[in-house]
Design a protein around this ligand. Structure first.
Ligand code: FAS
Ligand code: PHB
Length: 393
């Protein structure tokens, strides 16, 4: 088979790119290693920036999001037993965020792709991308035990952090930057109504905690835990008790989370990573295939969306005018946003988490920074504008 754009990976990046290209009349084919059920149930992000929301709406993939998603106008910071609200519209030019789980966005995009898009092949593990001089690219993949080849004019690696497409970029041309953090997140889904209206990011001397949500009846909560933590060591009561300790408020000693059955429990390591450049000849990288951020800034999914919005515009320019200007600028255009998100995610992570090696002095610096954000419209605007994301120019 041959297609114009071969897309490896059916996560948010690959699926949104396929949708945007379909709407621009550009043919593509998506190859996904796992089965549909696995991809749709993988618990990950929960916050969509305006840029992502706009792309879903304009590509005809936002109908259920607008029906079931929850618009949030701010977040709450808790530290030193106190609570401060960061108001998005007032501090970030009227912009907000949408609470709509990545699982739901992926389901919506898969349904549309299967109904009206180009080929989307599940259980098709890409083995390698070969780029013979002057000939079309060839993507070798295994499907139902047989090796097959897809030839393409372009290949986009949307295959995540452990993907293979990045290996097609000569190692001598690749630059990688990374940082591992000395802690992880224990994430839970619970059939328990969120007793808070907006997300709560909590700094405490016992470690970080985050209260998010999936609906009026389902809570999504996270606890900072040591690297290598086994979720089995955290029975439900221990999780609820620890969360209540970390969200404790001086002025409201009775503040408690509503409890309910925990339906999912997993440990997520924290990592920052960037691979540059995001393009080599006719091979491009998008989303986690090129960059990873710790989820403290709710950036991962939204960076993936921003990459493919930029890339779809570039392929559209090529199709309509023959110009490769936007394609030639793709990597630099995306990396400017990527590094802004890397810095913000690092800032949120190191300001809110208790590094096991940090001193009492470091903790006081964290508290001073948080107090500055709470007291200064300028400092809180900087957080708000980074959190809601900057428009793609
Ligand atoms: P993805 O990893 O989502 O998708 C890549 C796809 O490529 C996968 O379906 C994979 O099966 C497929 N693939 C890989 N190799 C292949 C091959 N050789 N052949 C074919 N297919 C192949 N971000 C947030 O903002 N907030 C969060 O709370 C949050 N939580 C997270 C929790 C976890 C456990 C993880 C791992 C990430 C989390 N993230 C979070 C980040 C996450 O949302 C990513 O940013 C987002 O999934 C990126 O989307 P993609 O780039 O499409 O990559
Ligand atoms: C989530 O709802 O899963 C979520 C929200 C905000 C974050 C990370 C995760 O910063």
């Amino acid at each position: 088979m041959h297609t114009t754009v071969g897309i490896v990976g059916a996560g948010p990046a690959g699926l949104l790119l396929a949708r945007l290209l379909h709407r621009a009349g550009i043919d593509s084919m998506v190859l996904e290693a796992r089965d549909r059920e696995y991809v749709e149930q993988r618990q990950r992000a929960g916050i969509l920036e305006q840029v992502t929301v706009d792309a879903l709406r304009s590509s005809g993939a936002g109908e259920r999001m607008d029906r079931e998603g929850i618009v949030h106008h701010g977040i709450e910071l808790r530290f030193d037993g106190r609570s401060y609200r960061i108001d998005f519209p007032g501090l970030a030019d009227g912009r907000n965020v949408m609470v709509y789980a990545q699982t739901e966005m992926v389901k919506d995009l898969i349904a549309l792709q299967l109904a009206e898009g180009g080929p989307l092949v599940f259980e098709a593990e890409v083995l390698a991308v070969d780029q013979p001089d002057g000939a079309p690219l060839s993507v070798r993949y295994r499907h139902h035990g047989r090796e097959q080849v897809l030839t393409c004019d372009w290949v986009v690696g949307c295959d995540g952090f452990h993907g293979v497409v990045k290996n097609a970029i000569p190692e001598g041309l690749r630059r990688t930057y990374e940082r591992e953090y000395p802690y992880s997140w224990l994430g839970i889904l619970a059939d328990a109504p969120p007793v808070y209206d907006e997300l709560i990011y909590a700094h405490s001397d016992r470690g970080f905690a985050l209260a998010s949500m999936r609906s009026a009846t389902v809570s999504r909560l996270y606890l900072q835990v040591p690297n290598g933590t086994d979720p089995a060591d955290w029975p439900d009561d221990r999780i609820w008790d620890e969360l209540d300790r970390r969200f404790a408020l001086r002025g409201d000693p009775g503040w408690r989370l509503a409890r309910g059955p925990i339906t999912a429990k997993s440990v997520l390591p924290m990592r920052s990573h960037v691979t540059e450049p995001m393009r080599h000849d006719r091979i491009l990288l998008a989303g986690d295939a090129a960059h990873i951020v710790p989820p403290t800034g709710a950036k991962g999914l939204n960076l993936a969306a921003a990459d493919v919005i930029v890339l779809a515009r570039a392929f559209t320019q090529l199709r309509q005018t023959g110009s490769t200007d936007l394609l030639d600028a793709y990597s630099d255009t995306c990396l400017e946003r990527v590094w802004r998100a890397e810095h913000f995610s690092h800032f949120m992570t190191t300001t809110l988490h208790a590094d096991p090696a940090q001193s009492a002095f470091d903790t006081r610096l964290q508290l001073s920074q948080l107090a500055r954000i709470a007291a200064s419209p300028h400092a809180s605007a900087e957080l708000a504008q980074n959190y809601v994301g900057v428009p793609i120019v």
